[in-house]
Design a binder for this molecule. Structure first.
Ligand code: FES
Ligand SMILES: [Fe+2]
Length: 421
């Protein structure tokens, strides 16, 4: 399906001549995290630009008539399944006066009725009826040449792969597979291997930080063993592990892969670099980190960042999609969707849910990241502006080098191109 409205032009006219990117590629300016003009331009050039944005899992919409509220960037949308089983995405904005007509997170319906004047749309976003179209007793009403099919909701392009739904405002998109590139597609298919998915739960939280900091965080293996003492203490991720960080050819997506060591490391010399290591700590329930082999992969975890709005996490047996929703320069929402496979037995499902206690939004690792992101945002908002640094490693080094900021730098090279900065 083609869009009902294309976004191909630049509308932002804001003067940004006071913003100059530093000449050293290892430096990242503070203003990309705080400036409203930058945020507005990101909505236009990135989220409404040539990107495939994650919007839902198909298992959230198993039946005809199922829908969820979702977002592309900050723009509210609806994802819905029609009676023929096709998945559609369209703006949650009435074509009449602009009301955000759907306020329910998820549900099942035959049609969407805007509460303001009851314009009614079907599950593909087509306008199907308008009250008092011919007025009352032949007086008033819509002009005679008013055509329903010229006033549908703004519909988006949709691509699905292995049960994951992406949408784009643009008509002229490459295929989702080309957008990911072969290396990332391979990583994506490690998590989504074609088996039917089962939704286990959704959490939402609002984070006091710029949305890009979350992309950076998952492209930053440097912090993993230093901030997340849980990972090192219980042997999930230790500096010196077999690890790899891959990026696509444009540098916009990446995957951090890690092969967990056997058992708990007792003599890892890297621990001497980690001041907060707690050798004596024990888990009350070791099952929260138990790995039940289920994937044909040498890696026990994949953290995949798909530009611009998705983090996919496979960590031991938990599978999660984290959907980044910008809410202004200094704030974003994260929608955490936890899933398993439809053919999981009850014990496996319980196991995945148990691991959500560690790897979900209330788990130690997510909380560490949330707090670190808040610290960065506080720092860049409150201090005298200067540039942040991402200087570790070299751009030409291979994927096995992980004490590196290579993936952060490559993301910002792509970002600058898209933004014209
Ligand atoms: S604003 Fe939706 S029907 Fe009027
Ligand atoms: Fe982290």
């Amino acid at each position: 399906m083609t869009n009902d409205c294309r976004f191909t032009e630049t509308h932002a006219q804001a003067d940004m001549t006071d913003l100059a990117w530093p000449s050293d590629p290892a430096e990242i300016p503070d203003w990309i995290y705080t400036d409203q003009r930058i945020y507005d331009l990101e909505q236009e050039r990135i989220f409404r630009g040539k990107t495939w944005n994650y919007v839902a899992l198909e298992c959230e919409l198993p039946n005809p008539g199922d829908y969820i509220r979702s977002y592309i960037g900050a723009t509210p949308i609806i994802v819905a399944r029609d009676p023929q089983g096709e998945v559609h995405a369209f703006e949650n904005r009435c074509a009449h006066r602009g009301a955000e007509f759907c306020k329910t997170y998820r549900g099942n319906t035959k049609q969407f009725i805007c509460p303001y004047h009851q314009w009614t749309y079907d599950l593909s976003g087509a306008l199907v009826s308008v009250p008092f179209r011919r007025g009352v007793k032949g007086v008033g009403g819509m002009p005679a040449d008013f055509k329903l099919d010229e006033h549908s909701l703004r519909r988006l392009n949709v691509a699905t792969r292995h049960g994951v739904v992406f949408a784009s405002f643009r008509d002229d998109m490459e295929s989702f597979e080309d957008y990911l590139g072969p290396e990332m597609l391979d990583q994506f298919d490690t998590v989504f291997d074609g088996r039917k998915l089962k939704l286990l739960g959704v959490h939402r939280n609002v984070m006091p930080g710029n949305w890009k900091l979350y992309q950076e965080n998952l492209k930053d293996p440097y912090h993993a063993t230093l901030l997340h003492t849980y990972l090192t203490t219980f042997g999930l991720f230790v500096a010196g592990n077999k690890t790899m960080i891959l990026t696509d050819s444009k540098g916009r997506h990446s995957t951090l892969c890690n092969a967990r060591p056997q058992g708990r490391p007792e003599n890892d010399q890297a621990k001497t670099e980690i001041r907060s290591f707690h050798a004596a700590m024990q888990l009350a329930d070791p099952r929260v980190i138990q790995l039940i082999p289920e994937k044909d992969s040498p890696w026990t975890s994949n953290a995949i960042t798909i530009w611009p709005n998705l983090i996919l996490l496979r960590q031991t047996n938990i599978l999660g999609a984290r959907h980044i929703v910008p809410m202004g320069p200094n704030q974003f929402m994260l929608i955490w969707t936890t899933f398993g496979f439809a053919d999981d037995d009850a014990a496996m499902e319980q196991h995945r849910l148990r691991q959500n206690n560690i790897f979900g939004p209330g788990g130690f690792i997510g909380i560490d990241d949330n707090e670190a992101i808040k610290f960065v945002q506080d720092g860049v908002m409150r201090s005298v502006p200067r540039h942040g640094l991402a200087p570790l490693g070299k751009d030409v080094e291979g994927p096995e080098v992980v004490i590196t900021d290579r993936a952060i730098r490559s993301m910002y090279r792509h970002y600058r191109e898209e933004m014209g900065l």
